[in-house]
Design a binder for this molecule. Sequence first.
Ligand code: 4AD
Ligand code: MG
Length: 432
Amino acid sequence: ETKTTSTIHEVKNHVGQSVTIGCWLNNKRKSGKIQFLQLRDGTGFIQAVVVKSEVPEEVWESATKLTQESSMYITGSVREEPRSKSGFELTVEHVEIIQITQDYPITPKEHGVDFLMDHRHLWLRAPRQRAVLVIRAEIIRAIQQFFDDRGFQLVDPPILTPSSCEGTTNLFHTKYFDEDAYLTQSGQLYMEAAAMALGKVYSFGPTFRAEKSKTRRHLIEFWMIEPEMAFVDHEESLRVQEQFISHVVQTVLNKCRAELETLGRDISKLEKIQAPFPRITYDEAVEFLQAAGHEFPWGEDFGAPHETAIAEKYEKPVFITHYPTGIKAFYMKPDPNRPEVVLCADMIAPEGYGEIIGGSQRIDDPQLMEERFKEHELSSEAYQWYMDLRKYGTVPHSGFGLGLERTVAWICGLEHVRETIPFPRLLYRLYP
Ligand code: 4AD
Ligand code: MG
């Protein structure tokens, strides 16, 4: 006897046929002589119906034994069922139990966040968590597609580094045999070298910051997409960024309707995310905050409440440009007309999700670069190779970094970044 195996996602191709699916029990309901099994197999969810009068006694008994998260191969015929969420239903013919699960810790009742985080390895099975991870994977595909289609080359910067990119306060220290090393905060400096070799490049990888702050936007380990472009100035970089974000959001809207629905996301808000995006300068942002009653002196960096207040004025992400030189990274190019500000922009997501992109035009003048190293007390020895990029055929160039988890949080409409990554590394949380 040959069995047709299927996944829940693929049952649409087997209407009227009998299929076998490897799956888990998500939930169960009994109504007299009928049992309704809610099944999941990772690709989706489906209801299977066991009718006592239509199956052998042992099949009915097997179904009766099934508990939450019990594993099995189930065989049944596929029917179209317009009333069900998936559009299909199984009429059960056979159940082959793999394991009857005892005392699954995550029950359908409400659990606290700490409990769920301790059981993250199981929590991932919940419909909402599955939806987030499916959308995360789609976002990654859309990101790579955007850059691959536009002639960018994927380049992988190192994870272990001898020096810092984004300041020394949150470096993750480790030993590298007899030397000191740090987990990368950003691949940017290496991507600048790659851009001088390949023109337009992007990286996608994990980055690390020993952030002592416990907020809903900060992870210790997060993933960044870092494009770097030779012969591209600040203005053109902003155009790439708005096209890029529009593409990602519209792709998720096209491909992940069911998952967005599972999350209860307000789709109409995402539909508005189309380039161009509004731009304001740091100066204008400060004026706005002061007028709105915030005590905010020029020259300070925005905190989360400031970003949220600014973002609330817009339905799309907003670029805040031209920050004071003193609060931004050493490599940012000063505005030639006004050296006290730099040619940079942060992109602030709508709905209070905060900064999702940080980017800038980079200093290309070797002399100014040397000065900056001195001002920032960076050892010119460790950055010798970075200086070489300015010495041997320097060109104007720009780049930016998108934080993947903040982007997932925004698109999914999640309260906290901890649900945007399979196993979040948070302050004081390394388990599981
Ligand atoms: O603004 P940041 O620090 O910029 C850089 O690292 C640049 N070197 C990027 C570049 O130009 N190539 O970080 C970029 C983005 C932020 O906008 C934010 O979305 C995210 O990375 N990010 C974090 N996400 C989660 N947890 C953290 N602790 C994050 N820190 C930054
Ligand atoms: Mg930033």
